[in-house]
Design a protein around this ligand. Structure first.
Ligand SMILES: Cc1cc2nc3c(=O)[nH]c(=O)nc-3n(C[C@H](O)[C@H](O)[C@H](O)COP(=O)(O)OP(=O)(O)OC[C@H]3O[C@@H](n4cnc5c(N)ncnc54)[C@H](O)[C@@H]3O)c2cc1C
Length: 302
């Protein structure tokens, strides 16, 4: 029986990939490849029909050669991966070895005679529709497009070996704190309107009080280097879908808004009443963040 593969190093993402796989399946078996035990267990009860658990080795990259070898034998019709930097690199290596194409940052996918995808280009200003002609179809899927399938019957989990460590991690050190933006229900986003690095503390207090996480715009991470690059939100960073997004001194350029537009409630604080963020926002506060935030924190008892 032919197969569609869902490959991810993240437990949440693998469930989303399985939902995508189900959406394009024409009777193919859905096979999940998880690099974590949690992901394998979740996949086995949320729509996968067979699960490979690949927990050997220090990094998911160690599995690329094994996945290529397995793909050459099983000949899946499609391989779907997550959209992290790591997943994109792994997907590119797998696609090159299988001599097939790869659509990255795919936002929509349909299957007719072939596979047709949509993705944002030019920083989110245009949508490009592409048709994949080579086999297997390969895509990295933007996050938070689909919900996980409901819990159902339990698929077998097969623990396999064969990781090849071309490079071994000796030590991991974080030089700045990182956020779990994809899973957060509340995200407080720091924009360039925040004047000094130490003032990020205001956003941290608000996020803590609301049980959320702090993210930022791209220049705050890339130009100012105040937060890690993995914490910036937008078309070229994290796509988020929290219940509440609060932008603080964020102008709301299209490249940023592309990453937040599926948030349930968007709240913006900006001193410029013409800032484009107010077009995307459900609630807007026009004013100086250095007056609004302290008042808000006091009112919340934070
Ligand atoms: C190809 C490409 C991809 C990109 N991808 C991304 C992406 O993924 N994510 C992303 O974020 N950006 C991205 N960008 C950059 C994007 O175009 C914007 O430059 C960026 O989002 C602006 O960040 P900002 O809102 O923090 O800063 P600014 O645009 O400078 O806005 C700062 C805001 O703060 C307000 N402000 C200033 N002081 C105060 C105050 N005291 N109180 C209240 N408000 C105040 C100002 O009125 C202003 O609206 C990309 C750009 C390109 C070209």
């Amino acid at each position: 029986m032919s197969e569609i593969w869902a490959v991810s190093e993240q437990a949440g993402t693998i469930l989303e990939l399985i939902a995508h796989a189900k959406g394009i399946s024409q009777g193919e078996k859905i096979v999940a490849f998880s690099f974590t035990q949690d992901g394998a267990q979740a996949a086995s009860t949320h729509g996968a029909e067979h699960v490979y658990e690949m927990t050997e080795g220090s990094r998911p990259e160690a599995w690329v050669n094994k996945i290529i070898e397995m793909a050459k034998v099983a000949e899946p019709v499609a391989i779907l991966c997550g959209n992290t930097r790591r997943a994109k690199e792994m997907a590119a290596r797998i696609a090159a070895a299988l001599d097939t194409g790869l659509v990255t940052e795919c936002a929509k996918m349909e299957r007719g005679e072939g596979f047709v995808t949509e993705r944002y280009i030019y920083g989110g200003l245009c949508v490009s529709t592409e048709e994949m002609k080579s086999v297997p179809f390969m895509a990295t899927m933007s996050a938070k497009l689909l919900e996980a399938l409901p819990e159902g019957s339990v698929a077998p989990i097969e623990k396999i070996t064969g990781a090849e460590e071309a490079c071994r991690v000796i030590e991991l050190r974080s030089h700045k704190t990182t956020s779990n933006l994809s899973a957060a229900n509340v995200v407080v986003c720091v924009g360039r309107g925040v004047a000094q690095e130490k003032d990020i503390e205001l956003a941290q207090r608000l996020a803590k009080k609301l049980g959320g996480e702090v993210g930022c715009t791209r220049p705050v991470a890339e130009d100012l280097n105040w937060m890690l690059e993995e914490n910036y939100i937008g078309i070229s960073g994290k796509i988020i879908k929290p219940i509440v997004y609060i932008g603080i001194g964020v102008s709301g350029q299209i490249q940023h808004v592309s990453g937040i537009r599926d948030s349930k409630i968007i709240i913006a604080i900006d001193k410029n009443e013409n800032a484009p963020i107010f077009e995307a926002a459900d609630y807007g506060l026009v004013g100086d963040l250095y007056e609004i935030l302290p008042a808000l924190l006091t009112a919340l008892g934070a």
